[in-house]
Write a protein that binds this ligand. Structure first.
Ligand SMILES: Cc1cc2nc3c(=O)[nH]c(=O)nc-3n(C[C@H](O)[C@H](O)[C@H](O)COP(=O)(O)OP(=O)(O)OC[C@H]3O[C@@H](n4cnc5c(N)ncnc54)[C@H](O)[C@@H]3O)c2cc1C
Length: 325
């Protein structure tokens, strides 16, 4: 009988991405709610990688090993994961909703004649039944999904749905290696495409200062940049700013940009359209500066300043500089 939660931890160039630790948090919470053991799988023979995941409160980490896994290909990953899932027989396979997972997970699930319940923002457990919630219609509606049929259930979680800091440390997880057979790899990988190798990975930023159309012109971005520098923050933007070419596309937050969950998100002159909110509403603390007191961004802001950003931001920057000495 399938049992337990199996977390897929994604690594590239010798390190895990933040979304993998969020998947650890999701897997741990699901395991606790279901009363089922939690383990993780790392597709690499690198003992350091497995050791890092073993530092979390989980039962075991399985290093799935084959030289064909050195470079990512959907063929090799699907083969290796299929073998790991068949051997470990989990009830749930929990994965981060990254580009890489989106690429191979449907192929993997299809081998079990399963769907992937993708891009979930929550998993709640009642009476032993797990309900996965996913945002649909550009985040306007949450759909609750319950998997039909036999396990395993394959689910991916949206970046920011769980916080990486919520992943409980523990240590003492057993590390096992599992050499696997991998069939023919039919594709030759090229360099990862731009989003993965973006100049800035905003999902890793602890503080983000984001600008919207209220900034009026590219020449005023320096104002926001000074605030970002004072806070040690990354600069980001709403879509119109990137569409105008004032900032590169990899700094766009929202449904067609990056999804982020920094500790602090400062929104300057951003109205709070749903397509922007879906990309940042899981941030720890949200501060909004907007001259319109009715702007929807204030519905989700923890702190709001109703005012002209051209007056507010310089004062804010100076005060922060003073605080930091
Ligand atoms: C399919 C689709 C996908 C989309 N994807 C995204 C996405 O990924 N990310 C995204 O952001 N948007 C996205 N959008 C666009 C989205 O609908 C909004 O149009 C956009 O988010 C608005 O950006 P904004 O808040 O900067 O501009 P506006 O909505 O124009 O808001 C500007 C705000 O600035 C305030 N303001 C003006 N002057 C000042 C001042 N001096 N001081 C303080 N405040 C001031 C105004 O009160 C206003 O609230 C998408 C839309 C579609 C249809």
């Amino acid at each position: 009988m399938p049992n337990g939660i199996l977390i897929f931890a994604e690594h590239r160039d010798g390190s895990f991405n933040k979304a993998s630790f969020e998947a650890v948090a999701a897997g741990q919470q699901l395991g606790a709610a279901m009363g089922q053991p939690v383990s993780a799988v790392v597709l690499s023979a690198d003992a350091t990688l497995a050791g890092e995941i073993a530092g979390y409160k989980i039962e075991k980490v399985v290093s799935v090993e084959n030289a064909k896994l050195d470079e990512y290909t959907p063929d090799a990953y699907a083969d290796a994961m299929e073998r790991a899932v068949r051997a470990l027989d989990p009830a749930f396979v929990v994965m981060p909703h990254t580009y890489l997972v989106r690429d191979f997970a449907p192929k993997l699930a299809a081998r079990f004649r399963k769907d992937v319940i993708s891009d979930c923002v929550r998993a709640s457990v009642e009476g032993g039944t797990v309900t996965f919630s996913r945002r649909i219609f550009l985040g306007k509606i949450d759909a609750d999904v319950v998997a039909a049929g036999e396990p395993p259930v394959f689910a991916t979680f949206q970046s920011g749905a769980y916080r990486a800091e919520q992943a409980e440390k523990g240590g003492g997880a057993a590390v096992e290696s599992m050499p696997v057979e991998v069939g023919d790899v039919r594709m030759k990988p090229e360099a990862p495409f731009q989003e993965v190798k973006a100049a800035v990975d905003l999902s890793k930023a602890e503080i983000i200062v984001a600008v919207g159309r209220g900034i009026k012109g590219q020449e005023h971005l320096a104002l926001a940049q000074k605030l970002a520098d004072a806070l040690g923050a990354e600069l980001a933007a709403s879509r119109p700013i990137c569409d105008a070419g004032w900032l590169p596309i990899d700094r766009q937050i929202g449904s067609s940009g990056q999804t982020v969950a920094p500790k602090l998100y400062v929104a300057l002159g951003i109205s709070g359209a749903i397509q922007h909110l879906v990309g940042m509403k899981n941030s720890g603390t949200i501060v909004a500066v907007n001259k319109d007191p009715e702007a929807p961004i204030f519905d989700i802001a923890d702190y709001g300043i109703v005012g002209d950003l051209f007056e507010v931001v310089p004062v804010l920057t100076e005060e922060i500089k003073k605080l930091k000495g």
